[in-house]
Design a protein around this ligand. Structure first.
Ligand code: PHE
Length: 503
């Protein structure tokens, strides 16, 4: 057995965890999520989700990664062999996400290049869809590759390889840059946007509270979904990262710092995005709702570029700042997903980490090519939707049961309290054994019921054909689950680690 690698110090670990958590989800998902789900009122379900599920599950993940010194599958198998499959499900979900996250990074690389000449001109949507993606007419037509995207994809995977090839040592060097840099860039964008005329209207749109929204279950489901995706919990990533912590390491406080930093970045991003939207609306004589679009891909690749082109001065500079921010925000989330998968595989079969890394990257690259086709965007959209609404919530629920009930939340407290600054009381058991699983089960059931209603009414996601939803959504989910079950029940070579070390 090789000796397990270690983070250089506590700061590097916290940086890496924040780097994983703060990603594209903060910059383009959160602001719109808030604006469309009650504005300022959305902060209520969001903080409840953070406190009842986000932070407790992050603590649990840090704790078991640290205790069992292994990636998600092996750590869960130490709780009980039959729970190993849940760890594989988390790893499988990470792998599925990484294959399309890579493509979004590829677009960002393209736009970094296009920023120099503001190549999108005055029709940025057309530029993105027709010039960069050369989008086909529907998911049924893949239509060959978009060459610029394939080139960006190669750059993205090579960057990830270079970052993680020496494990946490090389990751540590990179996160020292990729964590502070986007925060500085974001700061610049916030200041710029708040000093633009019309910014206040944008902020009103972002934060004006609509409390009646709190009565809609979907708003609550969105808040919890956002918290999981954003904190990178239920992906096996945080378990893997914590497994590289030295014996005496704080758990609870590190989890709280990671969570608060992540949510702070999300909240701040909203000011940059909506301040600028307010300005664009004023410039165009339209309402904020009209110019803001629906967020997601559109925000980063056509709405925001358009706003940048309208700036009175420094458009190229602010375009570069924006895409460097997206790049540095996203890249550490990207490699954390790869690291979670690599740790899962190499821990179970005691494989050489470097070779496993190369293997995972090669397979990931090949699969990601699917999304670099001209029809790729449709598939990205469908897979992303079902991964977030079903798989992540499912993993989080089962993981909470495995750690809270099977392993026992009390034992977790007894393990982490002596090494952590913040001490957890009995209330923590009530949270992780009661509230967290109940809420998660409720959301899962709600999402499934909603899906059935939508299918019956022929009201399919984004109007995609049923066959595309079945293959990209349901079938992918089934394949991930079956693969996880099989992996969970294959024999591991790792006899050395069979028994958890006594602390
Ligand atoms: N948390 C990242 C984001 O907000 C995405 C991510 C999910 C990264 C899961 C790693 C694991 O964009």
């Amino acid at each position: 057995m090789e000796n397990r690698q270690r983070w250089d110090n506590r700061m590097v670990f916290v940086f890496a965890a924040i780097g994983s958590a703060a990603g594209l989800g903060n910059a383009w998902r959160f602001p719109y999520m808030a604006a469309s789900n009650g504005g300022g009122a959305f902060l209520i379900p969001y903080f409840i989700a953070l406190i009842t599920a986000g932070i407790p599950i992050l603590i649990l993940e840090f704790a078991i990664g640290h205790k069992f010194q292994a990636g998600a599958p092996t750590s869960l198998s130490k709780i009980k062999k039959c729970w190993e499959s849940i760890g594989w499900w988390a790893v499988a979900v990470s792998f599925a996400i990484v294959t399309y996250y890579a493509v979004i990074m590829a677009w960002v690389f393209n736009y970094l290049w296009h920023s120099i000449s503001l190549a999108w001109g005055d029709a940025p949507q057309n530029f993105f869809l027709n010039k960069v993606l050369e989008i086909s007419e529907g998911p049924g037509v893949l239509g060959g590759f978009s060459i610029p995207v394939v080139i960006g994809l190669v750059i993205a995977w090579v960057a990830v390889y270079l970052t993680i090839r020496n494990g946490v040592k090389s990751v540590g060097k990179v996160v020292k840059w990729t964590v502070p840099l986007p925060i500085i860039m974001l700061g610049i964008l916030v200041i710029r946007s708040l000093t633009l005329p019309g910014a206040v209207d944008g902020l009103n749109y972002y934060l004006n509270p609509d409390f009646s929204k709190l009565l809609e279950p979907t708003v609550w489901a969105s808040a919890f979904g956002q918290i999981f995706f954003s904190l990178s919990v239920a992906f096996g990533v945080m378990i893997a990262y914590a497994s590289y912590l030295p014996k005496k390491s704080d758990i609870t406080n590190n989890a709280i710092i990671t969570a608060l930093a992540n949510c702070g970045i999300s909240f701040l991003a909203g000011f940059a995005v909506f301040g600028t939207m307010g300005y664009m609306a004023a410039e165009k004589g339209a309402t904020v709702a009209e110019v803001a679009g629906t967020g997601g891909i559109g925000l980063a690749f056509w709405v925001y570029p358009e706003a940048i082109s309208l700036l009175p001065f420094g458009s190229i500079l602010f375009a570069l700042v924006f895409y460097i921010m997206l790049l540095t925000l996203g890249i550490d989330s990207f490699f954390s997903l790869v690291e979670g998968v690599v740790a899962g595989i190499s821990d179970k079969w005691s494989l050489n980490k470097k070779k496993t890394t190369i293997g995972v990257i090669l397979v990931g690259f090949i699969i990601s090519l699917l999304y670099a086709t001209k029809g790729g965007l449709y598939w990205l959209d469908i897979v992303d939707r079902y991964i977030n609404n079903w798989n992540i919530i499912g993993v989080a629920l089962l993981q909470a049961i495995a750690i809270g009930w099977v392993f026992k939340s009390k034992k977790i407290r007894e393990y982490i309290n002596p090494i952590s600054d913040v001490k957890l009381g009995r209330w923590f058991d009530v949270l992780v054994m009661g509230i967290t699983p109940l809420v998660l089960a409720g959301i899962l059931v709600w999402n499934i019921v909603q899906e059935v209603i939508d299918v019956i009414n022929g009201n399919l996601y984004e109007g995609y054909p049923l066959w595309a939803i079945i293959s990209g959504g349901w079938a992918v989910t089934v394949v991930l689950i079956i693969a996880s079950i099989i992996l969970g029940f294959t024999k591991s070579k790792n006899v050395v680690l069979e028994k958890a070390p006594k602390e």
